[in-house]
Design a protein around this ligand. Structure first.
Ligand SMILES: [Zn+2]
Ligand SMILES: [Zn+2]
Length: 213
């Protein structure tokens, strides 16, 4: 597994491991919108290291609506098109987790909410179990949870984001609703987040954010 560290260095065009900045997406992949119509905030992206079983070599990008900040809860058997249909108690499909391989291109415009920062991946040890990281086994804050993709595949763990992890806000950007830090944006109300992904890649967006606290 690899720890994901946020550096103080600004992300620049062409960077593939970033907070904010320009998401690198397949040429036919539009920047995701929430079902409320708002263009989503681009939180972060990484190239998944080749050593990560199953997902190595993919590019991962994570988005959430600037207005809708909520926890995600859903049934263990996920319904059809769960990434673009409100699931559980949510009234909007307010997040998007995209993975792709192959040809891609940086979006022409940068995210307007977050300070673009370079992310640095390094080999992780046991001390990094509760950190922002990719690969390895999830460190569950509560009990283990498992989900089945709408396609029938058992979802697999890819990334963990610690509780109250703040992605630094651009000075001119609005304050995030229900934030834990007025200078930052957080994912899913600052819950622990375990990104599970469909091992069969039935869709670019076939991923589910397990929330615990
Ligand atoms: Zn929204
Ligand atoms: Zn699937």
């Amino acid at each position: 597994m690899f720890a994901i560290e946020m550096s103080g260095e600004p992300a620049v065009a062409g960077d593939r491991d970033t907070v904010g900045g320009r998401p690198v997406l397949p040429p036919d992949q539009p920047w995701p919108d929430c079902t409320c119509g708002e263009r989503m905030v681009f939180f972060f992206q990484i190239d998944v290291p080749a050593e990560i079983p199953g997902c190595g070599g993919e590019h991962l990008s994570v988005f959430q609506c600037p207005v809708h900040n909520d926890a995600a809860f859903g049934p263990s058997r996920l319904p059809e098109r769960y990434w673009e249909t409100p699931v559980g108690g949510n009234t909007t499909a307010f997040w998007r987790i995209l993975r792709h391989r192959g040809e891609d291109v940086a979006a022409p415009a940068a995210d307007a909410f977050l300070e673009p920062r370079r992310l640095v991946l390094r080999d992780a040890g046991p001390d990094d179990e509760w950190e922002f990281r990719v690969g390895g086994e999830p460190a569950w804050a509560q009990g283990e949870e498992s989900f089945t993709c709408a396609c029938g595949a058992a979802m697999v763990f890819l990334v963990q984001i610690p509780e109250n992890f703040g992605f630094p806000k651009l000075p001119g950007a609005p304050r995030q609703p229900d934030t834990f830090d007025s200078n930052a944006y957080g994912l899913f109300l600052g819950n622990m987040v375990y990104l599970l992904v469909c091992p069969d890649r039935c869709d670019t967006a076939a991923a589910w954010p397990v929330n615990q606290n």
